[in-house]
Write a protein that binds this ligand. Sequence first.
Ligand SMILES: NC(=O)c1ccc[n+]([C@@H]2O[C@H](COP(=O)([O-])OP(=O)(O)OC[C@H]3O[C@@H](n4cnc5c(N)ncnc54)[C@H](O)[C@@H]3O)[C@@H](O)[C@H]2O)c1
Ligand SMILES: O=C[C@H](O)CS(=O)(=O)O
Length: 484
Amino acid sequence: MITFDNYVPSIYINGRWKSASSRKKTPVRNPATWDILTHVSYGDEVDTKNAIEAAGEAKEGWASLSPRKRSNILYRAYQLMEENAERIAAVLTMEQGKPLREAKGEIKSAASFLLWYAEEANRLYGEWIPSSIESKRLSVIPQPVGVVGAITPWNFPASMITRKVAPALAAGCTVVLKPASETPLTAIEIVKILEKAGVPDGVVNLVTGNSAKIGDALLHHEAVRLITFTGSTEVGKHLMRESADQVKKLSLELGGHAPIIIFADADLEKAAEMTLASKFRNSGQTCICANRVYVEDKIWDNFKKVLVEKVEAMRLGDGLGDDVDMGPLINEGATEKVHEQVKDAVAKGAEVACGGNIWEGTDKGHYYLPTVLSDVRNDMLVMKEETFGPILPLQSFTSEEEAIRAANDSEYGLAAYFFTKNLDRSVRVAEKLDYGIIGINDVFPAVAEAPFGGIKQSGIGKEGGHHGIHEYVELKYISMGIEN
Ligand SMILES: NC(=O)c1ccc[n+]([C@@H]2O[C@H](COP(=O)([O-])OP(=O)(O)OC[C@H]3O[C@@H](n4cnc5c(N)ncnc54)[C@H](O)[C@@H]3O)[C@@H](O)[C@H]2O)c1
Ligand SMILES: O=C[C@H](O)CS(=O)(=O)O
């Protein structure tokens, strides 16, 4: 069992852990019990300015290190995360709520970004361009953007940090990290690992506290050249608007509303299992989880029966407990929002096939029953707004064209999935779905070696893969005149 002191200094600037300049503190709660775990520093614009200045002073030294030296430090951080996985996973579950099994999986994912970018640090190549003019030599060199402001969400409090910090450090950038207010303890664990791995003072800095004030300080300081953000589309739009003043580079990983299409020629047992796994991972609080299911009418009765039976067998509870399939939602507001979507759907004619209410199994924490809705219509909130909870609306379709049209009818464009055994259909549908990430008979596409990112109102840019490091790089073109 992990315990915490009543207060944990959570601001890390220039290699020193400290309290907020205002001396303010804020509680960190366990979503499963709503008990206070500890208190952390509640920083603001003053702390953020200090962190940005430290990152600016460290920038030249870090960028001038050889890629191999940066790579070695990232690789050591990877080893340390693997060695400390059990502890970090337990801390993550205690402040975020997901089952320990899922938290352990997230730490492996978070570590994989450190490993991947330890390797990619050595492969950031430039170009030599054959000149059309004999007296010129043309080249392109990649250079780090410099000081990066990184803002991350609470739903994956470990992997969303390393998915940004690892490529930033690999490219030679320095970072000011602002984690979600709900999950600062995981961020502290990760920064301590980076510190132990040998990241020099000022290269990585951590500021917890007032999101708006920290964000504004990052947005309006000239030294910050990139804002990399993972979170809601609403906040992402705010950052876009505010970053225009200094034309800051942006990388945005925003909201999603993933459709899953189940064709009659799919492996129905596998499709049901994976639909359930996608929807109820992290209690449905993931950006790429199934948000709508379209089922071919020929298999509607059978698929719905199989799915509901599996959902009704799910076990809720504290994520630290054994045999827990689904933990709590992050807070009371989350359960209220989810319940509002269910009430809206029912009021407009949806049927609650199972669940449909706040879980009465405990008087502590905020849990919502895994819920399947059928007879849903497109004017229901659950079919348009990101649910971010354990609600699964089902709708039938007759033709492939109808399914694709329905799946694409969204302002979001992050991930989409479909199940079929037909190879021709796989190619046709994958090419026509308007999303950045497509899963075919697979609902777990996120791996460090592949580019993750959305289109439309799901974001700009990619994280992961060899693409992901280019968010942290500027390309400099050099035209050199010579005497032949
Ligand atoms: N596309 C992806 O890769 C991805 C991954 C995870 C989560 N998400 C999205 O994130 C959302 C859930 O996370 P959340 O509730 O933490 O999102 P959020 O937008 O409320 O918060 C995200 C981060 O932004 C900070 N923030 C909030 N207001 C801010 C402001 N005015 N200025 C600066 N920072 C501010 C928060 O403190 C947090 O650190 C969902 O929409 C989910 O789809 C997307
Ligand atoms: O919530 C969004 C995360 O990106 C989910 S995953 O870890 O990439 O699957």
